[in-house]
Design a protein around this ligand. Structure first.
Ligand code: ADP
Ligand code: 5GP
Length: 203
């Protein structure tokens, strides 16, 4: 009987570095699985359906809600995002821990279904740096960036006031944040990270 896996929810304002950190962590903890969300947002260049998101039309997303296929769903920055239920249940049954990427409001709903989920909030060192990262990522137009920045302080304030996050990690220096997260996961999962000395991230 495998040891049951854990649910680990990452939340962060858009551009804080959550996806980059998550990818680096998955390389260090090969047994981790990532919960691929469904969204009505259009794919960014390089994003692959079924890998980064399940890209859905409004009607398709509505059908997922109607069939109760989602643990939670939320409108974020004008698009719908939701967490498919069955892949999480399957991974947990197989003994895998699962990383999820949820906005701070979605995390509150997720906790109603899975109160034992571990919450990790990733924060940028400043809003100015967040703007630099969103602009530097070159994946969103100016209006989208404006909306995401406008939402960022509100999200951080909400997370601090009402969110259940066991850990908050400031992603200033990428490697320091990655090390801090690695130590957290080693402790919480009871696993040792696989760190290859010559593996370099792009940052
Ligand atoms: P999120 O998933 O939170 O929206 P990303 O992982 O896409 O954020 O990161 C946003 C941008 O910031 C990317 O271009 C990424 O390479 C860059 N980035 C991430 N972490 C750092 C860091 N610590 N310092 C500088 N740039 C970073
Ligand atoms: P992005 O469009 O930058 O990939 O994600 C925008 C926001 O949606 C981020 O805050 C991210 O955490 C959130 N998000 C992604 N997937 C889900 C999900 O399944 N549910 C909820 N509630 N938020 C999600």
């Amino acid at each position: 009987m495998p040891k049951p896996g854990r649910l680990i929810v990452f939340s962060a304002p858009s551009g804080a570095g959550k996806s980059s950190l998550k990818d680096a962590l998955m390389a260090r903890f090969p047994s981790l699985r990532y919960s691929v969300s469904a969204t009505t947002r259009k794919p960014r260049p390089g994003e692959v359906d079924g890998v980064h998101y399940y890209f859905k039309t409004q009607d398709e997303f509505r059908a997922l809600i109607d069939h109760q296929d989602l643990v939670e769903h939320m409108q974020v920055h004008g698009n719908y995002y939701g967490t498919p239920r069955s892949p999480i249940m399957k991974a947990l049954q197989e003994g895998h821990s699962v990383i999820l990427d949820l906005d701070v409001y979605g995390k509150v709903n997720f906790d109603k279904a899975f109160p034992d989920a571990l919450g990790i909030l990733i924060v940028p060192p400043s809003l100015e740096e967040l703007e630099r990262r969103l602009v530097g990522r070159k994946s969103d137009d100016a209006e989208t960036i404006r909306l995401r920045l406008q939402n960022a302080s509100r999200e951080l304030e909400f997370a601090t006031r009402e969110g259940k996050y066991e850990y908050t990690v400031v992603n200033d220096n990428f490697h320091h944040a990655l090390e801090e997260l690695t130590r957290i996961l080693e402790k919480e999962l009871g696993e040792t990270a696989q760190v290859r000395p010559h593996a370099q991230s792009q940052l």
